[in-house]
Design a protein around this ligand. Structure first.
Ligand code: PLP
Ligand code: ZN
Length: 427
């Protein structure tokens, strides 16, 4: 007899200190004004972005590590460092994706200690499941009945799936020209698609007005402070999977810039809480496509503020955000921690997608190709040393973006169904 899972119970039991209760307020990143932990993303005084702040004084590093290691095989093992608890109806299987030593790709790039963190292996095949998990858990805590997002593609699928599990009405705003595979995914989970004629940034402006008027829990607008925190778990897992050590360098893609910001934050929390032996902050470098490169362009030209890209032109739709909300913050962080920002062409992206697939058996979407191409450029320029430990984040799955490779593969040469014909075919 099979026993159905009891989803009315929490996914796991945890002590007070580790139950996601350490968040104390939202705080403006610019002027420092504090607000209660509610649905709000911008400071009422100065319009700055709000961040979750914590009181970690109850935490003791040794017992925290023990509790994490005894926790669920998911990102919720780090609940103590997140602003929400896993709820009975959230996708609690997100995270703890595999990380492996990439010997083949390392050899091709000339890196002796290269690792790949394959975050395409989340329930909806992108790292977006992490921020969404926290935003939805918090939305349920706050009693939301409607979930929403504005998306370049992956977020739509992730929010739609989470909304289905949570039993919430779900709306996803997308630019009307996103990849059909990503729309299909959001639709199959039952979300209502709002296909906006315009760029992501235009869809975003409309969504912000809708969020204001209808009060829906927009995961990356009104729930954004909580949403962002979920991305820290990639850094936590990286360290834990290295045996509570830090890598020398991490390479990741930059779209809205929140993954970059939160990876910096995640590693800093590990150091400050004494969860890792190392005290040296990893260098964290970001990559963008040339056709939508506001952050990389500003970094490379020495500017402190990016210039928005009004018409993104890239096959890396996930990164086609011309006016990234964490862009200027990331520029500041990159300079502070000695990270770099690189840009690559679509042709370099496609070459990198093929290289990753042929060496490591991983089929990534263009965002992963951009990241690998960026790593390759930095290595070739001598900016990353061959003995540095480097972790490459692969954030999304290529099966959702097959149109990006149209015309790129060899044509089939059909063969007659007899052995003689096969002999000739093999040549
Ligand atoms: C959203 C997304 C990114 C960019 O993340 P940001 O936090 O917006 O910078 C990168 N890769 C994939 C696959 C994504 O879906
Ligand atoms: Zn402020």
């Amino acid at each position: 007899m099979t026993v159905p899972l009891d989803r009315t119970k929490p996914a796991h039991s945890v002590s007070k200190a580790t139950s996601g209760n350490n968040a104390i307020a939202l705080k403006c990143r610019d002027c420092g004004t504090e607000y209660p932990l509610e649905k709000q993303r911008l400071c009422k005084v100065c319009n700055g972005a709000l961040e979750v702040i914590y009181d970690f004084s109850l935490l003791d590093s040794k017992s925290l590590i023990r509790e994490i290691e005894a926790g669920p095989q998911s990102m919720w093992r780090y609940a103590a460092l997140l602003p929400a608890r896993p709820q009975a109806y959230t996708l609690n299987e997100v995270g703890m994706t595999p990380m492996h030593r990439a010997f083949n790709l390392g050899k091709r790039l000339g890196l002796n200690k290269l690792y790949i963190k394959n975050d395409a292996l989340n329930p909806t095949h992108s790292f977006k499941d992490r921020p969404v998990a926290v935003a939805v858990a918090k939305a349920l805590e706050l009693g939301a009945d409607t979930l929403a997002c504005v998306s370049t593609g992956n977020l739509a699928g992730s929010v739609a799936a989470a909304g289905a599990r949570a039993g919430l009405k779900t709306y996803v705003f997308v630019p009307a020209d996103i990849e059909p595979g990503k729309i299909l995914m959001a639709q199959i989970y039952g979300a209502t698609i709002v296909a906006v004629n315009g760029t992501f940034d235009q869809a975003n402006t409309l969504a912000a007005q809708v969020a204001e008027k209808y009060g829906w829990a927009f995961v990356n607008i009104t729930m954004r402070p909580y949403y962002k925190q979920g991305s820290k778990t990639l850094a936590f897992e990286t360290a834990e999977q290295l045996g509570w050590r830090l890598p020398d360098h991490v390479l990741l893609p930059v779209g809205s810039g929140s993954l970059y910001a939160m990876t910096v934050k995640g590693f800093e929390e590990l150091i400050n809480l004494g969860l890792v032996a190392d005290q040296t902050m990893p260098r964290i470098s970001g990559a963008q496509p040339e056709g939508c490169n506001p952050v990389a362009q500003a970094y490379l030209s020495g500017a402190t503020q990016f210039t928005p890209v009004t018409q993104p032109r890239t096959l890396a739709y996930s990164l086609a955000i011309g006016n990234p909300s964490d862009g200027n913050f990331d520029l500041k962080q990159a300079r502070r921690i000695n990270g770099m920002m690189e840009q690559v062409s679509d042709a370099e992206t496609i070459t990198a997608i093929k290289l990753l697939a042929a060496t490591e058996g991983i089929f990534t979407e263009p965002a992963g190709g951009v990241t690998l191409a960026g790593l390759k450029k930095l290595v070739e320029a001598g900016k990353i040393g061959k003995d540095e430990s480097v972790v490459l984040y692969i954030t999304g799955n290529g099966l959702k973006t097959q149109d990006a490779l149209e015309g790129q593969m060899a044509e089939n040469r059909p063969v007659a169904a007899n052995l003689a014909a096969f002999d000739r075919w093999l040549g």
